[in-house]
Ligand binder design. Sequence first.
Ligand code: AMP
Length: 420
Amino acid sequence: MITKPKGTMDVYGIDAKKREYVNEILRSVCNKYNYNYIETPIFEASELYHRGVGEDTDIVNKETYTFKDRGDRSLTLRPEGTAGVVRWFIENKLYGNITEPTKVFYNGKMYRYERPQAGRYREFTQFGVEFIGSDDILADIDVISVAYNTYNLLGLKNVTIVLNTLGDQDSRDKYRDALIKYFNPLINSLCEDCQKRLKSNPLRILDCKIDSDQDLLKKAPKIIDYLNKESLTRYNNIKEYLELMDINYQEDFSLVRGLDYYDHTIFEIIADVPGLGNIALGGGGRYNGLIEKLGGPNIPAVGFAMGYDRTILAMDNSNVNLKLRDDIDVYIMYVSKTEKETAAYLLQDLRLNGFITETDYLNKSLKAQFKSIERLNPKYLIILNDQDLKENKVTLKDNLTKEEQKIEINNLIDYLDTNI
Ligand code: AMP
């Protein structure tokens, strides 16, 4: 038997409906903020992620699915959505005549070679927004509030924005020096990767999955003490605006994000979920340097991404009452050839008029069709019989009250419209 690859999943039935539900909420929130939907390729030139996400990140170093295609090009299955959107922005020279920022949202499959566990897969779905072309803190707040409002609309309580800043380049350079000074004498206590990171990118040490519980990481210098005046003012302004907009946040100066391209605001969305504790549902931040790093002009941007899997896990564990539409409006029953022809006509008519309509596709007996109805639980049954059809009528049964009536075919849609 061929089974699905490790860390992937098949999504169907109620799980698929939950995803559709989350998707609908996300789309409707994005519409209100005037973000436009974008699709970018699932694979991109490997170089995009090496340059964009960063060589020292786990995502690029250890987790990418990289392969050569038949034309000997090195391609990588996307591990995240931002780099692709930025590539699109640069490739289409959308920076040419900026009078308005570019605001887009995406959702799609991402790929990371991680150790699978609850809420962590090798193929997973992310939703994200990117706000390109504004350095104003209102853009940061816009993105944070999309995330915050979405989770509230999804019915998750106890959602907090965990906030930190990485400051500007000048602040980060000073912080980097402080980290090198602090970690240098402790180098032997760090994992092998972090020993390398101390030379290449000491900030990454703070984000190490192996060393993260170590006391020496917790006691490491904090970025807030190394921010220059502008960066600190900016950070304080962000907090002020979050308060103004009633967005629940807490500061965490040890927060670093798993990608290299952030500066200034970084944040994660954490939910306190029964049975799971505090879990990160999504995260994002400002990435003012990325567009230039990928060959475009110096244009500021901010974005965030969230995972569907963890969001749904959190909703399940929080017993969120989903208003899922998984019921059928009408089930059409038939036996004879003429009844079947009418069934085909009615299926078309009802579906075109917006009713969720089912029928029998297996030439079942009437008795067996009644069995199917028990499982599908439609609101109405249309029971066709040749006698009724001669008078252009059908038998319509309310499946809840069990009341039956004969109704003219011409009046069927009107009747169902008023009663469903
Ligand atoms: P990141 O891009 O790492 O900041 O992740 C943003 C969000 O995507 C996380 O908070 C998760 O909800 C989700 N996510 C990241 N990696 C995975 C994964 N391997 N499996 C499922 N969801 C993930």
